[in-house]
Design a protein around this ligand. Sequence first.
Ligand SMILES: Cc1cc2nc3c(=O)[nH]c(=O)nc-3n(C[C@H](O)[C@H](O)[C@H](O)COP(=O)(O)OP(=O)(O)OC[C@H]3O[C@@H](n4cnc5c(N)ncnc54)[C@H](O)[C@@H]3O)c2cc1C
Length: 447
Amino acid sequence: MTTPNSLTIFGAGLAGALLATLLARRGVPVTVYERRPDPRIHGYEGGRSINLALAERGMAALRVAGLARPVLDQAVMMRGRMVHHTDGHAELLRYGRDDSEVIWSVHRGRLNLTLLDAAEAAGAKLHFDQRLVEADFEAGLARLRDETSGREHAIAAPAMIGADGAGSALRQAMARVADLGERFEPLGHSYRELEIPPAADGGFRIEPNALHIWPRGGYMGIALPNAERTFTVTLFLPNEGAPSFATVRTVPEGRALFERDFADLLPLVPEFDEDWARNPVSPLGTLRLDRWRLGGRALLIGDAAHAIVPFHGQGMNCAFEDCVALDALLAEAPDLETAFARFEASRKPNADAIADMAIENYVEMRDLVDDPDFLLKKQIERALAERLPGRFVPRYSLVSFTTTPYAEAKARGARQWAIVEELARGKTRLDQLDLERAAALAAARLG
Ligand SMILES: Cc1cc2nc3c(=O)[nH]c(=O)nc-3n(C[C@H](O)[C@H](O)[C@H](O)COP(=O)(O)OP(=O)(O)OC[C@H]3O[C@@H](n4cnc5c(N)ncnc54)[C@H](O)[C@@H]3O)c2cc1C
């Protein structure tokens, strides 16, 4: 391609830092501006979700960057969902066939530090405390505010990439000169984080190699392990109704909800009152755009282009896929405009698909994981997957353990689920099904 004088990335979060690494390794001059201070000097400023589930797509991208090993060294394996029922008993629903099909809990701050080090080592120039405030795309200029002095200054940025997250300032600047077809769909549910500390002997208080779920129909709690032997608990509640963050506001109200609905979880959170009072309630929603670019001058990636709800654990994974896809397109396309156009055309249907699947997974996690009818369907799905390896692959597996494009995973998943629903009709137990015949039928239907 005709290498531009430089590519300017706004945001050194997960996507910005990985993209900078990939580009710099190929010798593309890349400069990154991040509004926050350098976390390697000042410590990581949290913000949201302390840990994240890393799946195969994210791993594949990290492999391209040569970073899979250092990241996995800091991660905790999660084999499946540990479902905590209201009567106090818990059961593990495995995600995949064996330990080759697992997801990993990674610490957002540590992951970001690893990526920043890699970007700098590859030759990217990183500038911190630099907030993008405005962009002039015609002139190829960006206006930044130095967050330490409050002073503003302009930089030349003929090709701008917005990796500045869901509240993207670059997106806002683009929207001032072009209609991006932006829609924000609030989920109507929000979240608050709490912490399970290590046990007295320094170990984990509950099974470490699982993503814990307390499904309560309409709302739920989850917990992901951290390498420090803590768990980050996230309570998801509706914004309105009962219970909701409108009715459960104060510490005593929070406690009362936990005593009633999360009785086995409450004793695991000894600093419940402090956590509840300190940690904010953050809203959730889906951001969709019709356009992610302005010719060859500006492009949005990651959450800046497609923020999704976190219930499939795929926002970062999808953002990492964006980085690898864009890097490959930049390497082969004749010019930036073509590369940006191809990126939008290839990634948008996939971002739309994972946005939909993430919402559906919320319903599955909170309402269905303790519903006998749903659990039977899951058993049928697993039985078919065992009998038809490679042909019948559950949608969760396609999304989490493969790099099958999201749109294809969604379409294939819908065809497969229709077969499962048909087979489950009128049944209450797996042994009521002739599994060999069921597999033959599924094979014929799937073609
Ligand atoms: C509760 C929750 C749980 C989640 N769990 C998962 C999970 O398990 N698995 C998963 O894959 N994903 C998960 N996600 C999604 C994931 O966090 C995002 O998809 C991911 O962080 C997107 O990366 P990004 O680089 O696009 O944006 P961000 O990580 O938000 O990074 C944006 C960066 O831009 C900087 N910035 C912002 N504005 C400016 C500006 N004006 N100028 C310069 N810099 C700026 C920010 O400081 C930040 O560093 C979760 C999200 C939430 C909210």
